[in-house]
Design a protein around this ligand. Structure first.
Ligand SMILES: [Cu+2]
Length: 319
């Protein structure tokens, strides 16, 4: 029974929880367009594993402490299968960053940045599809289309604008490699997947630094409750290396985010979500996914804003 022994994407959990990228391939000639909206919140300062207050930041020699940060991402993606084995994928993000900061004298102010991020182009190569299991490799490149010269005015700089620190920039400024391996399995009611991925960066950007490599391990499990609905649980481990080099345009004593010693960390995030899928009719192959993620563990290098919840809503259409 060849057809039943293959892994299939034709079910709600045939795509991974919407926070996972590059989780599936398509059949030769198929296209898919997607829009994802992701909201991430960071709140309160943290030193390693411990929450600390802004008043503990200033004695470390910094003039300003972050208080809170909101990141909104609009992710536009396209996939096209050139063969049953090879699916090409491209993605561009539009980012909106908003950080609330507090100066030593207690005055609070916001800085903002927004615009397109880096362009990612990948090929997904299917290595195996049998016994309702699938394995594919991802090889991609991140093209530095995102601005790394974002500026805004602060009470200290007003009316002129100054260069914003590392976390407020929109791109990496370097050509980065993306490597990954995804394993998928399914049974009649359940499905599961694992994905290991590395974002590797080389050299330095035009501002004399590069962001750290990022390594992620995703593990998820889904229950198909009806032909159009599934629920998922996911655990993500993430290692973010620290920044190499120093942007000479930033004063590291001005604010903690301008100091490369406060970069990098290790995270374990837990996520719950659902996927819907239209199996037939006029709206066949439209998918809507939702996922809520929360850090279960976070160790931040130096002093950084603590990660809080993130929400992802994704809409996909294949034809
Ligand atoms: Cu797709």
């Amino acid at each position: 029974m060849e057809t039943t022994s293959l892994w299939t994407s034709g079910r709600p959990d045939g795509h991974a929880p919407t926070g996972v990228m590059g989780d599936h391939t398509h059949h030769k000639g198929d296209w898919m367009f997607s829009y994802r909206y992701m909201y991430m919140r960071m709140d309160g300062m943290r030193d390693g594993n411990d929450d600390i207050s802004a008043s503990e930041i200033y004695p470390k020699g910094y003039m300003v402490s972050p208080v809170e940060m909101d990141m909104k991402m609009h992710m536009l993606g396209a996939m096209h299968a050139v063969s049953d084995k090879v699916t090409l994928m491209t993605m561009i993000n539009y980012l909106e960053n908003d950080m609330l900061l507090q100066a030593m004298n207690g005055n609070q102010f916001n800085t903002k940045s927004s615009g397109f991020g880096d362009l990612k182009v990948s090929a997904i190569y299917q290595l195996l599809n049998k016994d309702r299991q699938e394995l594919h490799a991802i090889v991609g490149v991140s093209v530095p289309t995102g601005n790394i010269e974002e500026k805004d005015a602060t009470p200290m700089s007003a009316p002129s604008e100054i260069l914003l620190p590392y976390p407020m920039q929109l791109g990496s400024g370097t050509v980065d490699a993306i490597l990954g391996l995804t394993y998928l399995g399914e049974a009649d009611v359940f499905s599961w997947g694992n994905q290991v991925k590395a974002d590797l960066r080389f050299g330095k950007n035009t501002n004399e630094y590069r962001y750290g490599n990022m390594y992620t391990l995703n593990n998820w499990f889904a229950v198909k409750t009806t032909p159009w609905l599934s629920f998922s649980a996911r655990v993500e481990g993430k290692i973010v290396d620290d920044i190499t080099g120093i942007n000479p345009g930033l004063n590291p004593m001005m604010v903690t985010t301008a100091d490369v010693n406060n970069s990098g960390g290790q995270f374990i995030n837990g996520a719950l979500g659902f996927n819907t899928y239209v199996p037939s009719g006029t709206f066949k192959d439209i998918r809507l996914g939702f996922e809520f993620s929360y850090p279960l563990y976070q160790h931040l290098e130096g002093v950084q804003l603590a990660h809080k919840e993130s929400l992802t809503v994704g809409l996909q259409y294949a034809f």
